[in-house]
Design a protein around this ligand. Structure first.
Ligand SMILES: [Zn+2]
Length: 232
């Protein structure tokens, strides 16, 4: 299963929940590239120093990584996934990557999570993460036009990560300018890919207007879609 969604729609949260409920492993390329900092170089021997610097600057500026790098990151996971099943998050982003993917993996479904653009941008500005464990939180409440998205606050202290008891922070690339740039790049790149999968009947689309409270409906949609395809 491949998970699509613009940056900040809540993919990683939904992905963890789907992972548990569907018994699949998840792999997020965005998450992976954030680990590619010089300090983590020794653990990631996949790239040379120049490539790492290049990846670092692109991630920092909200730019997307090129096909060659992404394919290199994803390939070992695809081989693993043949037997276990996988949720890919953040891949493919180009038609080239989509091609690479269908050559390497049988795909059951493409699941696209979306939110109206202005709602999404407001939500992104409210995003906070724990500097130690990267747990995501959100301080924004949205309640209008049928949207009813609660904030995602820590359970104990309203400003501290539940796991680490340290104050959460705003990611350096979660500023309005970078957010809007990422959205534009995403829509521009994904349009063709989504159309392509929509035409092939593999695309299932869902808008979680009630945020995390819509998760049960989302899970139902996924299961129903897969069952329907198996019957056909
Ligand atoms: Zn934490």
């Amino acid at each position: 299963m491949i998970l699509f969604g613009p940056p900040g729609v809540g993919k990683s949260v939904y992905c963890s929940m789907l992972e548990k409920d569907l018994g699949l492993k998840q792999f997020s390329t965005g998450e992976f590239s954030r680990f590619l900092r010089p300090a983590n170089l020794e653990q990631n021997k996949m790239f040379n120093h120049e490539e790492v610097l290049d990846i670092e600057s692109k991630v920092k500026n909200g730019e997307l990584l090129n096909d060659e790098i992404i394919n290199k990151i994803v390939k070992p996971r695809l081989i693993e996934a043949q037997s276990n099943g996988i949720i890919l998050d953040g891949f493919p982003r180009t038609l080239n990557q989509a091609k690479f993917l269908s050559e390497n993996l049988r795909i059951d479904m493409m699941f696209s999570i979306s939110l109206r653009q202005d709602i999404l941008i407001r939500k992104l500005i409210g995003r906070r993460i724990c500097p130690q464990c990267s747990q995501a939180y959100n301080i924004v409440t949205i309640n209008e036009d049928g949207y009813d998205i609660p904030p995602m606050l820590p359970k104990n202290n309203p400003c501290q990560c539940d796991n680490c008891k340290v104050e959460f922070i705003q990611r350096h690339d979660d500023v309005q300018e970078v957010i809007e740039k990422r959205q534009l790049i995403y829509m521009d790149q994904m349009k063709d890919i989504l159309d392509y999968y929509r035409e092939s009947g593999l695309l299932c689309e869902f808008e979680p207007k009630k945020g995390i409270n819509d998760y049960p409906k989302m899970l139902d949609a996924v299961i129903e879609f897969v069952n329907k395809r198996e019957v056909v």
